[in-house]
Design a protein around this ligand. Structure first.
Ligand code: KG4
Ligand code: ZN
Length: 339
């Protein structure tokens, strides 16, 4: 819940990590069921924490797409019902747009910070997406680079699995990456222009692990972890993380060559919590040339959360976007972000 596009009144997040740690990954059906159970308690808690009543709410924003279909359906139907019950305008917001707008929020802990200025380049790095967007102004997104296969977060998750590290893989890799980051040389995929590919990097790690422990490529990958020492895991985690960060940095440098006029670089999505990525971007002199600024959300706002959805909605309203008729809202998600 956001007051003016920036100030967070409440931000209740229910994590399903404990449920999925047991399975080693997300199971969409289980995610949807637990989403359903959490929904109304979260709405009630968000209102209570913010100390506001329904009368004081200006609009309802909901994540419409992209994401797991079952969870999106439950969120959309709940928001639609609440909008009808309380006669509130309803905004169906694109998930990646919300991640980008986490950079306009001031976190509860941090000092109020400055906001990104336009035009800007946004790098969205999450479990499902890896995209570079050019934003000329608020609510204008032009996708100029995207992944051809896996997202970088997905790659962190899959590499963690190979190394026997717990779900979710991103934070586990980051924690384990204390080893020698130049021990294993991993390739940078050759992808044209500003696009990405991460499935090759995952396979490169798999092959390097198989070689290191001396097993053929037919060896079951879920058993590799039994053959790896703690030091090998650390070196692999560090080498992989360094390579992933280098790939993202390289592509953003290329994007900057094409769009030298940008005034800010904005990073968003679950992977933007990664400390090595933050350090690399914040110290890369090309990124902060010509008075440019690099923005990351507060790490508590990098992953999925409601405040960022409210912020994106606020700027949609400022840009003149009209609400959706709750009776006509297509519960089958739309996926376009370009305006
Ligand atoms: O944005 P998000 O919370 O959900 C999606 O919209 O996908 O991103 C989740 C992704 C997961 O792949 C997770 O492993 C990754 O973000 N992630 C990280 C870190 N924290 C979360 N990846 C690298 N380093 C981290 N510290
Ligand atoms: Zn997300």
């Amino acid at each position: 819940m956001v007051r003016d596009g920036r100030e967070i009144l409440s931000n209740v997040v229910v994590s399903q990590i404990d449920i999925f740690a047991e399975y080693g990954g997300v199971i969409p059906e289980v995610a949807a069921r637990s989403h359903l159970e959490a929904m109304m308690p979260v709405v009630d808690k968000a209102l209570a924490n913010a100390n506001v009543s329904w009368e004081e709410i200006d609009a309802i924003a909901v994540t419409h797409a992209p994401g797991l279909l079952g969870s999106l359906l439950i969120g959309t139907l709940t928001a639609r019902t609440l909008a009808i019950l309380h006669s509130k305008p309803l905004y169906a917001v694109h998930h990646l747009k919300s991640h980008v707008y986490a950079n306009w929020l001031s976190s509860e802990k941090a000092e109020p910070k400055s906001v990104p200025t336009f035009p800007l380049l946004a790098l969205v790095v999450s479990g499902g997406h890896t995209q570079i967007m050019y934003m000329r102004e608020h609510n204008h997104f032009e996708i100029i680079g995207t992944t051809h296969d896996d997202a970088v977060g997905e790659c962190f998750d899959k590499v963690a699995k190979i190394l026997g590290l717990p779900y979710p893989g991103g934070p586990s890799i980051a924690k384990a990456a204390k080893g020698d980051s130049s021990k294993y040389r991993l390739p940078h995929p050759k992808v044209e222009g500003l696009d990405f590919s991460f499935s090759g990097l995952k396979t490169a790690v798999l092959r390097a692990v198989q070689k290191e422990v001396g097993v053929p490529i037919s060896f079951p990958s879920h058993k590799l972890k039994e053959l790896l020492s703690e030091y090998q895991v650390r070196d692999f985690a560090a080498s992989f993380q360094k390579t992933a960060v280098e790939i993202l940095t390289e592509k953003m440098k290329m994007a900057l060559d094409e769009y030298p006029e940008v005034k800010s670089i904005v990073v968003a999505g679950g992977v933007s919590a990664n400390e090595a990525l933050r350090e690399n971007f914040l110290t890369e002199s090309v990124f902060s040339d010509a008075g440019r600024h690099v923005f990351f959300p507060a790490s508590s706002l990098s992953g999925d959360n409601g405040a960022m959805v409210a912020a994106a909605c606020y700027y949609e309203i400022q840009s003149g976007v009209k609400p959706t008729d709750p009776y006509k809202l297509n519960i089958y998600p739309r996926v376009e972000i370009d305006k």
